[in-house]
Write a new protein. Structure first.
Lengths: 263, 282
């Protein structure tokens, strides 16, 4: 072998330097991908559209998220995000133990409907022990009890033009100088009608606590935690998500998370 | 046969060793793995702990690795716990940055994209390059199956197994033999990357998707839970980083000019004594 003469130690050092310089190159040269309106960002985000479309074609509308046995419930459900909303409307409801609570279905429906907490609790219930996956990376298994959302949407008779369900919540997830930002998110109608999509009022055989979204939290079991809106009060059927918030279909989505949330 | 004498005894023939498919997919992967690694560490930093099982233990302990910052009498320190053993990793893991502007996070900002905490962007970058990586893998597999690169160079055959001890000795003593195909150790390394590490990192990545879990619940069974899959994803990442480091060291030791030429143009100078074939250049 002809070429440069180097000692073994020198070569090893060179290799390590080359490797670490590649890592260090990530310092801040690529921070521009964080700019939400950048052209590169727009291209990169197309991968999320692709993920959504491929998963929707691949995964049936009815395939269920895994349900676990009771022995897998080894801890309480870890609260995250809003854990104690302070909006006046919510505080008033909470003071009265949610006796005046109404869940409303509005928007592109033939008949707007609303239900009290008692009415929801008296409807056919579904219990499921499922794994809650947070976008941060952790998972927590708990038993959720509630009434399936699909039949409730059927009572309101969703118009054929409707494409999305927007979930409006009570919690002020972020407090800014120009006022509170109220949590909301949205899903397609496949997730809304999914058999495990329930309006939960029970957690681990107890009444759903405030920290976990009392009185009603929607479970969308084939998606991450930020697609499971807590403190839910209105489900609005729409054909366009752009009028809400910053137009990305949810509070976290507006800050740059993917809308689908199934990965 | 008169051509064979045209090659000086001190020099082997110049052979066309890497097809365009191999070279293009190689460089696309190099770019993908760079972005996947740095965006992956960004995602890891959102919850810098790894567990074994279906869920993350908050009220019980199933963590195998965790990074955190703790307050001590001597001020904040970075701590890393691996399999029950705790190390002070101030400056690298758990706590990094300068003394006046410390960062309390798993991996330092220099190793993440973006350099500041931004999980949403980390995910956007990770999934984009994840798609490019997987699609390139698909192209590579088809091309390398039909041009027989997989069979010729990647699949470890009986003669490679018998040649392994000698090749280990050769590598340890830095006596490299540059032939038409890879040496047994190279085959083992590339086979491991293509047929073990790449499939594992893709499958464990998909296991973390609640959508994919509903379609393929057996993913949760083969990896023994979503959190175990996340841990395996991290371990495979570490092995790929190790592969990368060794890969670069070997290129430098073996002759960077010759190795890079074959990675870019496909032409590779074989060792003296390599028999000349049709299509070779002197």
């Amino acid at each position: 072998m002809s070429g440069i003469q180097l000692t073994r130690r020198g070569l090893l050092g060179l290799g390590a330097t080359a490797a670490s310089s590649l890592i260090l190159a990530g310092c801040d040269q690529f921070d521009f991908v964080g700019e939400r309106d950048g052209q590169v960002r727009k291209i990169l985000e197309q991968a999320n559209v692709m993920t959504y479309q491929v998963q929707r074609r691949l995964i049936g509308a009815q395939t269920l998220a895994r349900e676990y046995s009771a022995s897998e419930i080894r801890q309480g459900q870890r609260p995250n995000g809003s854990t104690d909303p302070t909006t006046p409307d919510y505080l008033a409801l909470k003071a009265n133990n949610f006796a005046d609570y109404k869940l409303k279905v509005t928007g592109m429906v033939e008949q707007e409907v609303s239900f009290s907490l008692d009415e929801l609790r008296n409807m056919p219930a579904r219990s499921q022990i499922t794994r809650h996956d947070c976008v941060e990376g952790w998972s927590c298994i708990a038993k959720w009890t509630g009434t399936p959302l699909g039949p409730i949407l059927d009572m309101a008779r969703v118009k054929p033009q409707a494409r999305f369900a927007v979930y409006h919540c009570y919690d002020n997830i972020q407090k800014t100088l120009s006022g509170d930002i109220i949590y909301y998110t949205s899903s397609d109608l496949i997730d809304a009608y999914h058999p495990q999509s329930i309006l939960s009022y029970g957690l681990n055989d107890q009444v759903l606590p405030v920290a976990n979204g009392a009185p009603i939290r929607l479970r969308i079991e084939r998606a991450l935690g930020y697609k499971q809106p807590k403190y839910l009060h209105t489900i609005e059927l729409v054909d366009d998500l752009s009028p809400f918030g910053k137009g990305k279909g949810g509070y976290w989505e507006d800050t740059g998370y993917d809308w689908y949330g199934g990965i | 046969m008169s051509e064979q004498t045209a090659v000086p005894a001190s020099k082997g023939p110049l052979i066309y060793r890497q097809s365009a498919w191999t070279r293009v997919t190689h460089w696309i992967w190099a770019i993908c793995l760079f972005f996947l690694l740095l965006s992956g560490l960004q995602i890891f930093n959102a919850h810098p702990s790894l567990y074994v099982g279906q869920q993350s233990g908050f009220e019980f302990d199933n963590a195998v690795l965790s990074m955190s910052a703790v307050n001590t009498d001597a001020g904040p320190r970075g701590r890393t716990t691996v399999l029950g053993y705790t190390f002070d990793t101030t400056g690298v893991f758990g706590m990094s940055g300068s003394a006046d502007r410390p960062q309390f996070q798993g991996f330092p900002g220099a190793a993440t994209i973006p350099s500041y905490r931004d999980l949403g962007t980390g995910r956007v970058v990770h999934f984009f390059f994840g798609w490019v990586f997987v699609l390139t893998m698909f192209v590579w597999f088809l091309a390398s199956f039909f041009n027989r690169h997989i069979w010729r160079d990647i699949i470890v055959k009986p003669k490679d197994v018998t040649g392994l001890p000698k090749d280990i000795v050769d590598h340890a003593t830095l006596r490299f033999h540059h032939g038409r195909s890879y040496t047994p150790l190279q085959k083992v390394a590339y086979f491991g990357v293509f047929f073990i590490l790449f499939p594992l990192i893709i499958a464990t990545g998909l296991t973390m998707s609640p959508g994919m879990d509903s379609m393929f619940p057996w993913l949760l069974d083969i990896f023994q839970g979503r959190q175990t899959a996340r841990t395996i994803h991290f371990v495979v990442m570490s092995l790929l980083v190790l592969f990368f480091v060794v890969h670069i060291i070997m290129v430098i030791i073996a002759n960077p000019f010759n190795e890079l030429r074959s990675m870019i143009t496909g032409w590779y100078r074989a060792s003296p004594g390599t028999p000349l074939n049709e299509g070779d250049k002197p």
